[in-house]
Design a protein around this ligand. Structure first.
Ligand code: SF4
Ligand code: FES
Length: 365
């Protein structure tokens, strides 16, 4: 035995943030505080080349995301290029910017799947959460078009203090829209969302009720709707394995071409994220110091280093460790073994009558 390091497996999925431009202004947006402007975005040719590189590297899925990917006029060309590279293509969209004709063109180019976000189940509140008047009605139309084209549909619903009590209705809405999958994602305080923590953080009682609702619906709707549930880690005993482990199964390419292990990694200022404009995607994935910084378990400190869960959750989320502990290599404070767990719990002490106004995120470009 030589003791040579095991080879790095290719990423399964790539999140392609085609643009930060978006007609919506969701207060829980996970895009960074500093958004990429249109003139700094990668060109059509650059994205097509990245998709070719991703296919050659072994990536299986590409999630075409943003911002709102339909804000890119070349979206049809990009779908064609991704398909030609052998990638399964998922469009993550708010639906705004799509028409029935455009969606048909995307389907004709080989789009495999649509993931449509909804902000709520009633027009008035949903439009307020998304910061876009008329948005909810348009989303219902888009879901109808997706069904007519026979494309598989996932509904994504971010839940927070102001809409989580409507979860049951959200589940019914997903079924009515013909979705095969529903992502119930309790708000995560990354990027822009951190500005709105006070207005968005659900209470413990709300989170516990939501968990019961999901469990009952999973049983009731088995065979009809798959429900993926991201619970609120502020109330958890252990963290989630964020991104399935740093540099393990996925990568993110930003609108300007930086390659990162997760969408929120900008918060870790000690890391330098290389761009596809300067290096090959495969080299960044395998060799860049940023990807190798928290790969595997050798970087871990106590209590993770000797914990029997270390290869289950990989110490949780590096970005949350950075945000709360000020150290990206610390145990995620969502873990009850973290010495800073109490600090996270303190953040949940939000008064019943706390303001519900939002700081909206904007880059409509
Ligand atoms: Fe996970 Fe680290 Fe907590 Fe163990 S100590 S459960 S590895 S975060
Ligand atoms: Fe960056 Fe969790 S969001 S590692």
């Amino acid at each position: 035995m030589t003791g040579a390091p095991s080879p790095i497996a290719p990423p399964m999925a790539m999140l392609a943030e085609l643009t930060h431009r978006c007609p919506l202004s969701c207060p829980y947006c996970s895009n960074p505080l500093e958004l990429t402007k249109r003139d700094a975005e990668l060109s059509t040719e650059e994205w097509c080349d990245i998709f070719r590189q991703a296919g050659a590297l072994g990536v299986l899925h590409v999630h075409l995301s943003g911002g709102e990917p339909a804000s890119r006029r070349d979206l049809e060309t990009l779908v064609t290029a991704a398909r030609d590279a052998g990638l399964y293509t998922n469009l993550i969209t708010s639906g705004i910017g799509l028409t029935a004709a455009r969606l048909k063109k995307l389907a004709d180019r080989g789009l495999d799947h649509v993931q449509l976000s909804i902000q709520g189940t009633e027009q008035e509140s949903a439009d307020r959460f998304g910061g876009y008047k008329g948005g909810h009605t348009r989303k219902l139309e888009v879901a109808q078009w997706v069904a007519e084209l026979g494309l598989p549909l996932t509904i994504n619903a971010v839940m927070h203090r102001q809409n989580i009590d409507r979860l049951e209705h959200t589940i019914d809405t997903a079924v009515a829209l013909g979705a095969r999958r529903l992502e119930v994602a309790t708000v995560q305080f990354q990027g822009w969302a951190a500005k709105n923590r006070t207005a968005l953080l659900p209470t413990r009682a709300q989170v516990e009720a939501a968990t019961r609702t999901v469990e009952a619906a999973r049983e009731r709707l088995a065979g009809t709707l798959v429900i993926d549930y991201v619970p609120a880690d502020y109330y958890a005993r252990f963290p989630k394995p964020c991104m399935g482990g740093w540099g393990k199964v996925g990568l993110v390419v930003t609108p300007s071409g930086e390659v990162k292990p997760c969408h929120a990694a900008d918060i870790i200022k000690t890391l330098d994220f290389q761009s596809v404009r300067d290096a090959a995607l495969a080299d960044i994935w395998r060799e860049s110091p940023a990807f190798n910084a928290f790969r595997g378990i050798d970087w871990m400190q106590e209590p993770c280093r000797t914990c029997d869960r270390r290869e289950l959750d990989f110490g949780g989320c590096r970005c949350q460790a950075m945000a709360i502990a000020g150290d990206a290599a610390a145990t995620d404070p969502a873990c009850e073994k973290s010495p800073l767990h109490a600090r996270l719990q303190d953040l949940t002490q939000i008064a019943e009558d706390a303001p519900t106004d939002f700081v909206y995120r904007t880059l409509n470009g």
